[in-house]
Design a protein around this ligand. Structure first.
Ligand SMILES: *[C@@H]1O[C@H](CO)[C@@H](O)[C@H](O)[C@H]1NC(C)=O
Ligand SMILES: *[C@@H]1O[C@H](CO)[C@@H](O)[C@H](O)[C@H]1NC(C)=O
Ligand SMILES: *[C@@H]1O[C@H](CO)[C@@H](O)[C@H](O)[C@H]1NC(C)=O
Ligand SMILES: *[C@@H]1O[C@H](CO)[C@@H](O)[C@H](O)[C@H]1NC(C)=O
Length: 415
């Protein structure tokens, strides 16, 4: 965890004595207030009608769905799901004309922005206290098994439809595959699914931060348990501590901040609108459990190691896409096998579309290629034509609309 938080600590020590006002000055005055607003408040500010819905999962988590009502004649509903450490804000921070949430709404779709358990909008439970260790005992496995189905059922019930669209980024795609493989009846509730930066097999993931977690797997798990660290970068993690103090002050800090974000996701900031950086860091990260990161770490370990990449041909070894590894005693009890079971990809039958890119350090083109071959309902696989497009650009990239969103909107009309 030290390695994970190191870049943020590093930043805070560089610039400690800067005041919040300075940072806010770098944001255009018209959007300064959005630093403190919630997703539905920002949506309402731009005169879109927004709603908040609570959904209770089978295992008692209380989630919040944010909805943008369509402006044009109604074309159906779409659930849009964020990635790790993120929230519904991902899809609207860049504003009307840029944010996928608004663009879908402009097209006539009824847009539902999901929030996974543990993020700032879904941190409540019918019986568990969010401060307790028990509350944080989940990975993306549980998000796919309980949260996504609960959100889909809620939307179907409210809108009286039989099927909806689903669009997801990063971990949002992982949880979709988990759901379809473990609860195959949900395949038929989806008109089509769009994966932005698909993440299932991760042996070629290049992100140094995820590799650090993987390399120190056991140590990280024990240290996290020892210091009782169940939750990573909670609500307003950066904004309340460092984000507002550090980012956006001047060119130097802007560069440092964007590189911190991109150390996780892939360098090259050509697509990042640096003006928006203080606002992005006010909303991302939005919190997740340690177990979510550890589960990805286990997946990396189930394939080849970083050092082996130098000597082994890149595409020769493949890791697993499987359930959480509890160590063999608990595995025996839970799964009746020493190793956790793989997710059964043959159960995925929803029409799928993949968007991936060469400069993505989390969703590598190699892994996407391997994964694609195992799916029978993949309808299209699109490599972003702009080579340095990275993992975050799907959300905040200046040209995300041009390279990704327009294509999704046109593909949706086929289903
Ligand atoms: C945001 O909230 C903080 C703390 O409540 C406050 O100091 C700051 O002035 C607010 N910023 C804006 C732009 O409203
Ligand atoms: C929203 O509507 C109000 C009232 O009609 C108007 O004053 C305001 O400028 C609009 N805001 C935006 C962002 O369009
Ligand atoms: C959490 O849920 C409980 C039970 O449903 C409710 O009484 C409480 O107000 C909620 N807390 C927050 C912070 O929303
Ligand atoms: C960057 O964001 C600001 C604030 O929303 C906006 O005015 C500007 O047009 C954006 N720049 C680009 C290149 O999209």
């Amino acid at each position: 965890m030290f390695i994970l938080t190191f870049p943020f600590i590093f930043l805070s020590t560089i610039i400690k004595n800067s005041s919040t006002e300075n940072i806010l000055k770098t944001l255009p005055p018209s959007i300064q207030d959005e630093v403190n607003l919630t997703t539905p408040e920002i949506i309402a500010k731009y005169n879109y009608s927004s709603e908040s819905h609570n959904v209770v999962t089978e295992d008692g988590y209380i989630l919040t769905l944010h909805r943008i009502l369509p402006k044009k004649p109604y074309k159906g509903s779409v659930l849009v799901m964020h990635g790790i450490l993120a929230s519904s804000a991902d899809w609207i921070i860049t504003g009307p004309q840029h944010g996928l949430g608004y663009l879908l709404s402009d097209e006539g779709y009824d847009v539902w922005l999901g929030n996974a358990r543990g993020n700032r909008y879904s941190k409540n439970h019918t019986t568990l206290n969010p401060e307790s260790k028990k509350f944080w005992d989940f990975s993306w496995h549980e998000i796919g098994l309980y949260d996504v189905p609960a959100m889909i059922d809620h939307i179907l019930e409210v809108t009286k439809q039989e099927k909806i669209f689903h669009i997801a980024h990063s971990q949002g795609t992982t949880t979709f595959y988990v759901m379809c493989s473990l609860r195959p009846e949900y395949n038929s509730k989806i008109r089509a699914h769009f994966s932005l930066a698909p993440v299932a097999f991760v042996s070629h993931m290049f992100s140094p931060i995820f590799h650090a977690i993987a390399a120190a797997d056991v140590i990280v798990e024990n240290v996290a348990a020892f210091i009782n660290l169940n939750e990573i970068m909670p609500e307003g993690g950066l904004v309340s501590t460092l984000g507002q103090e550090v980012c956006g002050l001047n060119t130097l800090t802007t560069i440092l901040c964007s590189n911190t974000l991109f150390a996780i996701c892939g360098f090259d900031c050509k697509q990042l609108n640096t003006t928006l950086l203080p606002l992005i860091l006010a909303h991302v990260p939005a919190g997740c459990s340690t177990k979510q990161l550890l589960h990805y770490g286990q997946e990396i370990n189930s394939g080849i190691k970083l050092y082996e990449m130098m000597i082994v041909r890149k595409n020769t070894l493949l890791g697993h896409f499987r359930q959480y590894d509890y160590g063999f005693w608990t595995n025996l009890k839970r799964y009746h096998s020493l190793k956790p079971p793989d997710y059964d990809l043959s159960q995925i039958t929803t029409p799928l579309y993949f968007f991936y890119s060469k400069n993505d350090w989390i969703s590598s083109a190699w892994d996407v290629g391997i994964f694609a071959k195992k799916l029978r309902s993949l309808k299209g696989k699109f490599l972003i034509s702009y080579d340095s497009f990275n993992h975050m650009d799907y959300l905040f990239g200046i040209d995300a609309r041009k390279y990704v969103y327009n294509k999704i909107i046109s593909l949706m009309t086929r289903h």
